[in-house]
Design a protein around this ligand. Sequence first.
Ligand code: ATP
Length: 239
Amino acid sequence: MEEPALVLEGIRAGYGDFQALFDVGLRVTPGEAVGVVGPNGAGKTTLLRVISGMIRPTRGTARFGEVDIAATPAHELPASGIAHVPENRRLFPHLTVEENLKVGAFIPSARKRFAERSEYVFNLFPKMAQRRHQLAGTMSGGEQQMCAIGRALMSSPRILLLDEPSAGLAPIVVAQVFELVKRIRDEGLTVLIVEQNVAQVLRVVDRAYVLDAGRVVAEGASADLAADPAIRNSYLGGH
Ligand code: ATP
């Protein structure tokens, strides 16, 4: 089966009367890892919410292969291959690691493959296998992030949307999370990752979009963006 591309054109979206995104265009081709970076409040989370169907754009088109995202109920999008690891992880703290993984495998096709998928996740994160019976809420921030990514991988997604996976984690744990993202990407999964940690995410992704005040203000290959003086000054602290 040909892998689908994610294509957004002219997306406007917001909350009530407040417009958070202005004519945003974005493309992620199969097998790519793409970053969306930008300051607080730029609209990065809102963009991921549009792609996972949590909010409807007021204008523009969003397609994942043949799937018209805006015309598909959000609960049907996981079956189209879209998996979202939301901001702050949103694990079920009073469920065990394994039970959280079960939640990630709620679509019928994934439920059938639970044993195989959980083996894949436990292989990717051996620590999760050791902790499978531990309540998710009692794990460290880094472990919870791994569990949230593992949960998203349970549905065998064709694109993984990651919202600030490094948020609130100690630098050494941040490095581990990015290493994992790189591994997932190297295994061929398409990844779209939102980050404020611009320097580190540019080392992991192929291309990135810079979002500022709801608009795409720059896009390009990671190496080009990392070398761009304007980007360095605005987002990399001039270093
Ligand atoms: P951050 O890194 O701080 O989360 P962001 O780039 O992800 O920033 P968004 O969370 O998408 O930005 O927010 C974009 C704008 O939309 C902000 O002005 C924010 O206040 C507003 N916003 C976000 N969520 C809501 C909501 N549920 N209701 C109303 N306004 C919202």
